[in-house]
Ligand binder design. Structure first.
Ligand code: GLU
Length: 328
């Protein structure tokens, strides 16, 4: 039970725009251990809102890949549950309701800026790393007449107006005490001009509706947290606890991404013959849970798991990572 008497609930929220890679697997393992070690429930939610980027075959493959690692969940697209559907592309009615609520509060405004306008703003001195340059607020200051005039030429996106005076302070389970100023990221998009609901809005609407108490996700989303905290505040919902798992860097020091196709899970297994137990042991070692790689199952780590022992700093894959994974 969480302190407020609610059951502990966490989630995996992969975006099926590429195959799972080592970084996703590390985050999923830590999220699973965090919740299972507290006796909580886990939801699998597919974040497939961007139909251009997300492929149904990848969405279909994801649950099997997570299961291969030895992870499980209590609710999800494959098993159903009280918060179904578990694919964001099927939850748009909820997002529209949340957008209406924010609209009623006067927190949203239409933004007519073009890509070129936004690029010009990219030279602005501040911004949030993962979120790009801060939006300078151009369209927030438009008069009603200017809005009417621009609306004739362009379908707007919708932005959430941040409180620039506010500070968003939270205790991150891995990163520790964290504070962002409300001004640091600027106003952010909650619905794109093409009508697609933006990640920030969908993730908060879903985590509230799915009664998520604990979010553990990749370090690249640490910067999104102040925006999400502002949405929780506007919607009158207490935020979950957050923890951001360490970033994995490729041996060349660059950020591991789905571009590094060679490290997708199916490829590790099918091309290099990596076994799931070896991979779990390797991930536990990368996370700082043990001193050497030993084949293990996720369940073997539950009893001793402590978020405080997960390393905070980015982890660079050693040169011999593939040998460590194949056990050579
Ligand atoms: N869908 C996001 C991703 O795949 C994760 C979102 C979240 O955990 O808040 O990176």
């Amino acid at each position: 039970m969480a302190a407020n008497g609610k059951p502990i609930r966490g989630r995996f929220a992969p975006t099926p725009s590429g195959r799972l890679h080592l970084g996703n697997a590390l985050t999923a393992l830590l999220a699973w251990l965090h919740i299972r070690s507290a006796g909580g429930e886990i939801v699998l939610r597919l974040e497939d809102l961007d139909r251009q980027r997300c492929k149904p075959e990848l969405a279909g493959e994801l649950p099997g890949e997570l299961k291969w690692l030895g992870l499980d969940w209590d609710e999800g697209p494959d098993v159903g549950g009280p918060h179904a559907p578990y694919e964001q592309s099927r939850r748009t009615a909820l997002y529209e309701r949340v957008l209406d609520e924010l609209q009623r509060q006067g927190r949203l405004y239409p933004c007519y800026c073009s890509r070129a306008d936004l690029q010009a703003a990219a030279s602005a001195p501040h911004g949030l790393d993962a979120e790009g340059p801060a939006y300078p607020g151009t369209c927030r200051r438009l008069t009603a007449a200017e809005r009417t005039e621009r609306a004739l030429r362009k379908t707007p996106s919708l932005r959430f107006a941040m409180d620039e005076q506010a500070n968003y302070r939270f205790h991150d389970g891995i990163a520790g005490e964290t504070v962002f100023s409300g001004a640091s990221g600027g106003d952010f998009v909650v619905r794109r001009a093409d009508g697609i609901v933006a990640y920030q809005l969908a993730v908060v609407a879903d985590d509230i509706e799915m009664e998520i108490t604990d979010v553990l996700r990749g370090w690249d989303l640490l910067d999104s947290t102040p925006r999400q905290l502002a949405l929780y505040e506007a919607l009158g919902s207490p935020p979950p606890r957050f923890a951001h798992s360490p970033l994995l860097l490729g041996a060349d020091g660059s950020r591991l991404s789905k571009r590094h196709g060679a490290v997708s899970l199916p490829e590790l297994r099918d091309r290099f013959g990596v076994r799931a137990e070896r991979l779990v042991g390797f991930l536990a070692w990368l996370a700082g849970l043990c001193d050497r790689v030993e084949a293990s199952r996720p369940a073997d780590w539950i009893a001793a798991f402590d978020l405080a022992s997960v390393r905070r700093q980015a982890v660079t894959l050693p040169d011999n990572w593939i040998d460590l994974l194949t056990g050579k």
